[in-house]
Each structure stands twice: as C-alpha cells, then as structure tokens.
Design a protein around this ligand. Structure first.
Ligand code: AMP
Length: 211
C-alpha cells in the first residue's frame, strides 16, 4: 500500500500517517521530520533548510527529491509506505512519477483555514522522534512527554500565527493544485479533516483506503 497524505499544514496528516503506519505495518516518510532532524544534526541540508522552514517557505524541490529517493530505496519501504508532507509542488509530484514511484491512494484531508489557525496554537511535537500531539484533540498520556520515546514535547517555531498564515498561502497557491493532478489519475480520496475526533477521522480514512 503506497499512500500520500495531502492537506494544509495542521490538517492532521502526521497524526493519521502515524495511525495508519502502525495499522498497516509500513513506514511513514515525513520530509518535515527528516528536515527537522537534519537541522538538529547540523548537516548541510539542515543549514540550507532552516531559514526557509522558519519563514514558512518551501525547501527547494531538488533537496526534497533527493531525500525521498534515498529514503524510499531502503528495504523497509518494499511493502509500501506513507508519504506525509510530500509531494508539495507539482514539480515534485511529476518528478516522483517520472522516477517510477507508483501510488495507490492520495488521501486529501480537508480542513478550513479558520480551523487550522485555531488548531495550530495547541499543536506540539516530540523534539526527539517527531510524533505529533495536540493539547486538546490528541494529548500525550503525561503532559509534555512523548508517549513513544519519552522525548520532550515542544511547539514548532513555524507554528507561530504569522508563519502559519504564510504556510497556508503557500499551501493554497503551490500545493493545492496537486488535488487536480491526482484527481486526473483517479487516486484522490477526499476526507473531511475537521469532522469529529481523531478516531472518527481515522475511520473515514480507513473507509476510503478499504482497510
Ligand atoms: P511539515 O512538517 O510537513 O509541515 O514541514 C515543515 C516545513 O518543512 C515546511 O513548511 C517546508 O518548509 C519544509 N518541507 C517539508 N516537506 C517539504 C516538501 N515536500 N517540499 C518543500 N518543503 C518541504
């Protein structure tokens, strides 16, 4: 099963990707998490990406494509994978298709901008493993501590209100056209990302995936 999670920042891609990764026994590849790890490790890619991420802008396509190509070539992706946050531009989607990366389902989590903006203030992420949380909708078992690895939960710098506005603009102008791209290929499965609890949304995703 090869799945892409599409949707605005804060639509719930990371949360649903984690749930289905466990359920289906396939890895999630989150370019955002990979880039944040590169920033923490101080690699060249990390240094290149940091200012762009902090400003809510996209990282260049060639950097992203190199990350995806390397990550998908590993053995754990042989049975399938979930892509969270990639592709994000038509050029990335086209290049991935040209590389022969086939996709079974593109799950588009639709959430209105007004809901995204209020959601983002409650969002937290594990600084060690990248697992996503929300103080109300998806809280950890112990406050401030990751359920998976015990890491510290932090607020992402790019989740500040002014950066979220920029990220939403980038999403609408550059990423949203991917709906049409995958719609034309018969792969688009649209799911409302703001109707009910995390579990309700997972149930809706499971229905469109047929799992
Ligand atoms: P995310 O965790 O998916 O919200 O990604 C955080 C930030 O990383 C984005 O705002 C971009 O700056 C960068 N990023 C992640 N994935 C991509 C991508 N596929 N293309 C370009 N930039 C990306």
């Amino acid at each position: 099963m090869k799945i892409i999670f599409l949707g605005a920042p804060g639509a719930g891609k990371g949360t649903q990707a984690e749930i289905f990764s466990e359920k289906l026994g396939i890895p999630t590849i989150s370019t955002g998490n990979i880039l944040r790890a590169a920033i923490q490790a101080g690699t060249t890619v990390g240094l290149q990406a940091k200012a762009l991420i902090d400003a809510g802008k996209l990282v260049p396509d060639e950097v992203i494509l190199a990350i995806v190509q390397e990550r998908l070539s590993r053995d754990d992706c042989a049975k399938g994978f979930i892509l969270d946050g990639v592709p994000r531009t038509l050029a990335q989607a086209q290049a991935m298709e040209d590389m022969g990366i086939s996709i079974d389902h593109v799950v588009d989590l639709e959430v209105p901008d007004a809901v995204i903006i209020t959601r983002m203030s409650g969002r937290r992420v594990c600084e060690s493993c990248g697992a996503p949380y929300h103080v109300e909708a998806n809280p950890p078992k112990a406050e401030g501590v990751c359920d998976h690895c015990g890491g510290k939960l932090v607020t992402r710098k790019d989740d500040r209100a002014e950066t979220v506005k920029e990220r939403l603009e980038v999403y609408h102008s550059v990423t949203e056209p991917l709906r049409q791209f995958y719609g034309e290929r018969g792969l688009l499965r649209t799911v409302p990302g703001d109707k009910g609890s995390v579990e309700d949304i997972s149930a809706a995703v499971a229905r469109v995936l047929g799992v």
